[in-house]
Write a protein that binds this ligand. Structure first.
Ligand code: ATP
Ligand code: PLP
Ligand code: MG
Ligand code: MG
Length: 311
């Protein structure tokens, strides 16, 4: 069965973030991807320079209208990432509502792009737009939300996270806001395997036919690589979409495959970047662009190298 994704994310001429990071791997895995570019930049904002254009809410609406006039506004998934203002997000929410009308089974995968590079912060205002929408649809849909960094959890839930118990509470709070699947792609929690690992967690709420609710919670220790990668969050969200599609009631398998793909891509990237930089030099942003095309085989058939623990 054909599966079609509407992906509203950034485009960059050079490199891999946003749609550039999501489209190819989703296509490799057999998904049809219709992409709307929320921005068109020369490169990601972690370089010394970047230039480009931003799509306004009105321009987004025009593109959607065109698709709708031709009656091809039928999607199985909508995936959103980096967005710079609330009016753009409000239009995204309107589009999601309409798409949900045409397909009640529509799944929304929301990656609230967060970071510490100023420009790319989702603000409390951004979040309230999404949360209003999510609570609107509470229990009526299957929403996947990937969230990141302690800072973000604090804005979303008002909670600080110091332990796995805190993380469980945060994920339960996020469930209450709407999403049936929540993944915290990286936290500052200490790993039981030592400081060379970063901890990611996930929680999935499954409603059984008799109406009872069952949740699966998992924890993963991911081997850290000593460099800052960009576009990894976008790749994570896209791959989580793909693998939860294949394992809709098995977050453990979906996350193991997702994280393993990230691991293979990052390993290939750092090896290449170090070679390009030369001995003793730290690679720059250009050299650290994800080795996406070269990772095609790993994306198609990831060898699982990170096992998730059910907690
Ligand atoms: P942000 O938007 O705050 O930059 P992000 O969207 O890049 O965050 P991360 O959680 O940093 O999201 O990265 C997503 C995934 O990519 C992680 O769960 C991990 O699998 C992988 N990853 C990213 N950076 C590293 C790293 N330095 N070492 C190992 N894995 C990494
Ligand atoms: N989109 C743009 C234009 C960016 O500059 C960035 C990061 O700098 C991202 C998206 C998201 O990157 P990540 O997947 O690392 O969160
Ligand atoms: Mg990142
Ligand atoms: Mg991100």
């Amino acid at each position: 069965m054909e599966c079609r994704v509407l992906s509203i994310q950034s485009h960059v001429v050079r490199g891999y973030v946003g749609n550039k990071s999501a489209t190819f791997p989703l296509q490799v895995l057999g998904f049809e991807v219709d992409s709307i570019n929320s921005v068109q930049f020369s490169n990601h904002t972690g370089y010394g320079h970047w230039k480009g254009q931003v799509l306004t809410a009105e321009e987004l609406n025009v593109l959607y209208e065109g698709i709708k006039l031709n009656d091809v506004n039928h999607y199985d998934y909508i995936l959103t990432g980096y967005s710079r203002d609330t009016s753009f997000l409000e239009t995204v929410v309107d589009i999601i509502k309409e798409l949900k009308g045409t397909n009640p089974k529509l799944v929304y995968v929301c990656d609230p792009v967060m970071g510490d590079q100023g420009e790319r912060l989702f603000t409390a205002q951004h979040i309230s737009v999404i949360l209003c929408y999510l609570s609107d649809l509470k229990n009526k849909t299957f929403i996947i939300m990937c969230v990141i960094t302690n800072h973000f959890f604090r804005i979303l839930t008002g909670r600080k996270m110091h332990s796995v118990e805190d993380a469980i509470e945060v994920m339960d709070l996020l469930h209450k806001m709407g999403p049936e699947t929540v993944v915290l792609t990286s936290t500052d929690l200490p790993s039981t395997r030592g400081d060379q690992f970063l901890v990611a967690l996930g929680s999935q709420k499954i409603i059984k036919p008799d109406g009872t609710i069952w949740t699966q919670k998992i924890c993963m220790d991911i081997p850290k690589v000593d460099a800052v990668f960009v576009g990894t969050g976008d790749l994570f969200a896209a791959m989580l979409l793909a693998w939860t599609h294949h394992h809709p009631k098995d977050l453990k398998s979906a996350c193991e495959k997702t994280v393993s793909i990230l691991h293979h891509v990052i390993k290939r990237t750092i090896k290449y970047a170090n070679e390009m930089a030369g001995p003793g030099k730290r690679p720059n942003a250009g050299q650290l662009e994800l080795r996406m095309v070269q990772s095609k085989a790993d994306i198609e058939n990831p060898a699982v190298i990170v096992e998730a623990r059910v907690i």
